[in-house]
Design a protein around this ligand. Structure first.
Ligand SMILES: O=C(O)C(=O)C[C@]1(C(=O)O)C=C[C@@H](O)C=C1
Length: 372
């Protein structure tokens, strides 16, 4: 039947619906508060049983992934599933902040894609804490000053961020999640800057590499300088006449920069993957990935025999990467990522088979696959 409501009537309906949504949101928030009390009671009971190290874990990535997945699956529109999931991402973020506000260390400064990834994953109610280096992100979480950390790990055009992988070799932290971000770069300048004013272009070396063809074509004779981050490049561009930055929307907004050119990345489906690190292991969500570091003996066919258990069990690898070992000359360390959870029987069997044939095997954690 045709909708014949007038503007006033529709707005009255919207007001009534908003009131219902608001009441429901607060009912949901009360449930989260009760969940927090239950978690606290459980930890108190564990401590009374003598488990001195028991800590309350408020943030539950496996539960959040299940909630978001279910929302997307059951969505009937007209709003897109992803749109509704983003709204619920914020609802859960706000509910979690009532239980415990999370401090999340990320590779800063402000305005980097890592900050955008942090907000995408934890929502706006988390407190992002900018760090100057990937090492500092790890140590903030290790020391307990921050609850979680977010670091870039892999870019679809430039490959792995080796520094993040190196940190995992020595760290006791676990991976508790992954975030995927479409990376869109712009050429940013101080308002009022003309094309002819630009004498230098600053960006993080990965951003320069991701836009290399475009920069070669349009700015072949302008100096390029690699700086510590895109956010830093934007900060320099904001304060230095004649300097442009390659950076994303967050940096443009934060430093009030104009876009001389938009979407300048060479590959339009350029994505960066980030990992969330924490101190706890994450229980299975039903759609998980696992990351391990494994180092094999240096003999012919070593890589083949490391991978064969996965083939035999029919487990899909999602990533494999090599780093030179820092302890043994000519030995290599493999970062292997695959579908499944360390608590699954088939994954347990693969890991014990690998343990037998490797010099070192370090599970880095199982975590829900990115939903958004
Ligand atoms: O289910 C829980 O453990 C909750 O704390 C509730 C809730 C939610 O709002 O749905 C909030 C935070 C957690 O990270 C997961 C889910």
């Amino acid at each position: 039947m045709a909708d014949t409501r007038t503007l006033e009537q529709v707005r009255a309906d919207i007001d009534a619906i908003d009131q219902e949504i608001q009441a429901l949101l607060n009912r949901r928030a009360q449930c989260a508060q009760r969940v927090a009390d239950i978690k606290l009671e459980e930890v108190r009971a564990a401590r009374e049983r003598g488990e001195a190290g028991a800590e309350v874990v408020y943030y539950r990535p496996e539960r959040e992934a299940q909630v978001l997945k279910r929302i997307m699956d059951r969505n009937t529109g007209p709003l897109a599933g992803e749109t509704v999931a983003h709204i619920f991402r914020e609802v859960m973020s706000a509910c979690l902040a009532l239980e415990k506000p999370l401090q999340v260390a990320y590779l800063g400064p402000e305005g980097t894609f890592t900050q955008a990834a942090t907000i995408k994953h934890f929502g706006h109610a988390a407190i992002p804490v900018s760090q100057n280096t990937i090492d500092a992100v790890f140590s903030q979480v290790e020391s307990g000053d921050c609850n979680y950390g977010v670091v870039p790990v892999e870019n679809s055009t430039e490959g792995m961020v080796s520094h993040t992988l190196d940190n995992f070799m020595d760290s006791s932290l676990k991976i508790s999640g992954e975030v995927e971000m479409a990376i869109v770069h712009h050429l940013l300048v101080r308002p009022g800057t003309e094309l002819g004013d630009v004498r230098k272009i600053c960006a993080h070396q990965q951003a320069l590499a991701q836009c290399r063809n475009w920069l070669d074509l349009h700015w072949p004779n302008v100096e390029r300088e690699a700086v510590s981050s895109n956010g830093e490049a934007a900060r320099i561009a904001a304060s230095t006449p004649g300097v442009a930055a390659v950076a994303g929307d967050m940096a443009a907004e934060l430093y009030a920069l104009d876009k001389l050119a938009e979407h300048i990345e060479d590959y339009p489906d350029n994505t960066t993957r980030f990992l969330v690190v924490g101190r706890e292991e994450v229980p299975p969500s039903g759609r998980d990935k696992t990351s391990i570091i494994v180092s094999s003996r240096n003999k012919p066919g070593a890589l083949f025999s490391l991978l064969d258990p996965f083939r035999k069990a029919g487990v899909s690898l999602t990533r494999i990467d090599t780093r030179p070992s820092r302890t043994e000359k000519w030995a290599y360390v493999f970062f292997i990522e695959f579908e499944g959870h360390l608590q699954d029987d088939n994954i347990r069997a693969i890991v014990s088979e690998l343990e037998e044939q490797s010099i070192l095997l370090k599970p880095l954690g199982s975590y829900p696959r990115a939903v958004l």
